[in-house]
Write a protein that binds this ligand. Structure first.
Ligand code: NAD
Length: 439
């Protein structure tokens, strides 16, 4: 399984196809499950013209990939980034199918994106692009069809422009067509913190099963943005000692523990965690190999790789970012007995509270923050339990187990909906899963 992903490390779509195929075979499922899931059910490419501030018109290329809707309407973020490409969007939509299924949400997976650099756009141009994206795709979006959300370089303001455009065109107050909105127009309380909160719940749950405790553990967090800063703060409130954090400008290390509230104040004042008084400066590279119990990569993809995985000293890696570990890095960590909580589980708190937001929009009844956090707690703890049991049963890594659990539910939905045909299930040539050394 790991070998297969390594082989396709340069093409995320091929990589996710291999993962799905492996899980389908391991579970002895109908071949149609793989045939249906190996590509999105619908992939739309659109041209979005935007009148720039200088009066010229620039045409941006946008995509929406609706991977699968067996479990419900499609769900997934919209990314505004120069590197957005069709295969990347398709792979991200497949990961959303896996994540939603694993979490027990009534959603399929989707993802969207526009190839652009939003930092080069004025606020007016960004608004025009956001509205233009919805105008181009309005026929395939909606609260019962496909529900976008924020992703890299999109935020609640972008969601607000998008929902406004949708409501104007359709003349329906369909606020549930998008999540991650500002609370005043139907956003859920607790959504901003949800991913970081979920990361901490996942860390606590898996540590407990490893016979350890988050309280008293040492934690290192790479990336002090939305996800990383919340994860650091909540981990420290849960009794962990956060010994190092970083952002794009550098990191700080204090073996005795950082005061995370103070780090937040310092970042508010200076724009970075770097230069925090009383802490030792540390580079992002060194930070990943510091001694600690829990390492939380919460910034970028591919930061744990064959070049540094041998030097990681953590006992547990909790993937807050999407794809922070390369397949080669993953293989090394697994060989060394370092447990990895995969991104499809560790950062699923965001889509889970997006689901709560959608439910609240459909009901027109809004929950308190305690209700949101309490439900998130239950969803995350249940998914951790499922993945842990699956890993023990199939003797796999937690990543492979997450795929097995997700595929089992997804296949059942497709089967009862009559998508899988009547053909007898063949005896698959079984590829033995990598033995899990941590269990
Ligand atoms: P963000 O932009 O708020 O924060 C990113 C942080 O990473 C910033 O502190 C930035 O300075 C830092 N960073 C950038 N380059 C770095 C580098 N080279 N070294 C160290 N730090 C660097 O983004 P976010 O919303 O916190 O997302 C972080 C990750 O979590 C992404 O992979 C994202 O896809 C994933 N994720 C986010 C959510 C969510 O709800 N926000 C949900 C699921 C997954």
């Amino acid at each position: 399984m790991l070998e297969a992903r390594i082989e396709h490390a340069d093409n995320p779509l091929e990589g996710v196809r291999k993962e799905i195929r492996w899980a389908v075979q391991s579970l002895g499922l109908e071949p149609a499950v793989y045939e249906i899931l190996k590509q999105p059910r619908r992939f739309v490419e659109v041209a979005v013209p935007v009148e720039m501030d200088d009066g010229t018109v620039r045409v941006f290329t946008g995509y929406r990939s609706q991977h699968n809707d067996a479990l419900g309407p499609c769900k997934g973020g919209i990314r505004f980034h120069p590197s957005v490409k069709p295969d990347e969007v398709k792979a991200l939509s497949a990961w959303m199918t896996i994540k939603c299924s694993l979490m027990g949400l009534p959603f399929g997976g989707a993802k969207g994106g526009v190839a652009c650099d939003p930092r080069e756009l004025s606020p007016r141009e960004l608004e025009e692009l956001s509205r233009g994206y919805v105008r181009a795709l309005v026929h395939v979006l909606g609260p019962d069809v496909d529900i976008p959300a924020p992703d890299v370089y999109t935020n609640p303001q972008v969601m607000a422009w998008m929902v406004d455009e949708f409501v104007r065109i359709t003349q329906r107050s369909a606020f549930g067509m998008i999540t991650g909105k500002p609370p005043v127009i139907g956003g859920s309380v607790g959504r901003v913190e949800a991913t970081g909160r979920g990361v901490v719940i996942a860390a606590r749950e898996i540590l407990r099963r490893l016979g350890s405790d988050l309280a008293g553990s040492t934690v290192v967090v790479q990336g002090f943005g939305n996800v990383g800063s919340v994860a650091a703060l909540l981990a420290s409130r849960a009794g962990a000692r956060v010994v190092a954090v970083s952002d794009s400008r550098g990191g700080v290390h204090a073996p005795g523990g950082l005061d995370v509230e103070e780090v937040l104040r310092h970042k508010d004042l200076t724009g970075s965690v770097a230069g925090l008084p009383g802490a030792r400066p540390v580079s992002n590279e060194e930070l990943l190999t510091l001694p600690c119990d829990v390492l939380v990569p919460a910034a970028l993809e591919n930061v744990l790789h064959e070049g540094n995985a041998w030097s990681v000293q953590a006992r547990l890696v909790v993937e807050a970012a999407n794809g922070p570990t390369t397949p080669e890095g993953d293989a090394i960590l697994q060989r060394r007995g370092i447990v990895v909580v995969p991104d499809v589980l560790a950062n699923a708190g965001g889509v889970t509270v997006s689901y709560f937001e959608w439910v609240q929009n459909l009901q027109g009844y809004y929950w308190s923050e305690d209700e949101v956090n309490g439900q998130l707690e239950q969803f995350m703890a249940r998914a951790c339990d499922t993945v842990w049991r699956m890993a023990a049963e199939h003797r796999t890594s937690l990543r492979d187990a997450a795929y097995l659990a997700a595929l089992r539910r997804l296949a059942e939905a497709m089967r009862v909906r009559g998508w899988l045909g009547q053909a007898e299930v063949p005896v698959w040539p079984l590829t033995p899963a990598e033995p899990a050394r941590m269990l």
